[in-house]
Design a protein around this ligand. Sequence first.
Ligand SMILES: Cc1cc2nc3c(=O)[nH]c(=O)nc-3n(C[C@H](O)[C@H](O)[C@H](O)COP(=O)(O)O)c2cc1C
Length: 446
Amino acid sequence: MMKLGMFLEGSGHHVAAWRDPDVDPNGRQTLAHYLDIARTAECGKFDLLFMADTNATFGADDVDSWTRTTQASRLEPITLLGAIAAVTERIGLVATATTTYFEPFHVARFFASLDQISGGRAGWNLVTSLAVAEAYNFGRETHPHHGDRYVRAREFAKVVLGLWDSWEDGAVIADKQNGVYFDRSKLHFLNHKGKHFAVRGPLTVHRSPQGHPVIVQAGQSDDGRDLAGETAEVTFTVQQELEAGRAFYADIKRRAAAHGRPPGAIKVMPGVMTVIGRTRTEAAEKYERLQALLSPELAIKDLSSQFGFDLSTYPLDGPVPDPRTDLEQRGRVKVMVDLARRENLTIRQLYKRVYGQRGHRVVIGTATEVADALELWFRGGAADGFNLMPLTFPRGLEDIVDLLIPELQRRGLFRKEYEGKTLRENLGLPIPENRWVVERTQKDAG
Ligand SMILES: Cc1cc2nc3c(=O)[nH]c(=O)nc-3n(C[C@H](O)[C@H](O)[C@H](O)COP(=O)(O)O)c2cc1C
């Protein structure tokens, strides 16, 4: 079965979504808006809700540009997903947290808590941070280099995983008679000392019903894919085209195998912006309505910040120049440049293809046509599922749940009922064994 994520994003995934006549532009700051989305997504039997995050505004770096987008303000995802946990029962809750600016103890504790209060539905999207400006909010003058960020990310993940094993299952005995709350032999100190972190532990949250939160990752570079192969259980990606999608899929499974992990241990879920109508014309009109609101000036600024130099001096209808080679977001920019080269796009054509949907693949059509496009990738060895990105909220999500999901179910590609209560059960991922239990079992056997 296909795995489906619902990527939450304020008013919708198109950069102009907040200007759509059907959208309440203030909704994105209210709890009611997200609860409504979460309930609808759970009715649609989505595996998970996903929230991206940055700790600074990113994109073009001038405040005048920000005033024309919704980018400068967003709710903090772990807090929001905590509230959503209270009104949902089955859907997974995946939030983003950066390894570049946070401390592993914080991240381990936040996500372990979300996992407990949701009954085992939490996931951590491990990122090394896209927004260079995050540095200025954490006492730094510069954003660490790409390679350095991944060195820290590796150690960070190791510490978080170690902390999540602090408590064995069944550690709490709550023996009222003798006044013993937990079994000392089932609590473990980590005592980690590495290049970036010194963390004694133990974590102050018990082991959750799914062992520990699911680890999600979305790096596209070599370092990013390596880290995914080693630790991630879900990986989001930005491929636009089937062959590139297949190559990415095979590469991730190969890297996982190099770490002794079976192919099913990591689910590859490309992001897809869906635009669904009852007819193809209706769908195309929805998309074009928002495309017409794109500002060429903002689009060029955004593209320039991604390419690493000012593109406004280049002819809009001329060829796309090569980006800088020392870029921070090299993986995502490569996907864009490959698209431009493959289809011989001009700068204007490129921004029209990528800016509105923030670099993700877009599929426009009837539910049947969108289901065909997803099925092709799913059966074609390019995806285990998809992270769906509605054009607008809530209308675009309602189109998915009312039209697309029944079509996928009819084809036997998507569940009609949740398989289990935890995110791992629904994704078909095993419950990770606690390292201390494994060690003890091996000792006993040996
Ligand atoms: C689908 C997707 C979602 C992402 N979400 C975030 C995010 O919310 N916050 C962030 O800082 N980076 C995000 N990233 C960035 C990556 O996780 C990664 O840190 C960045 O792309 C640099 O690594 P790379 O060069 O390996 O791609 C996302 C990337 C992708 C492809």
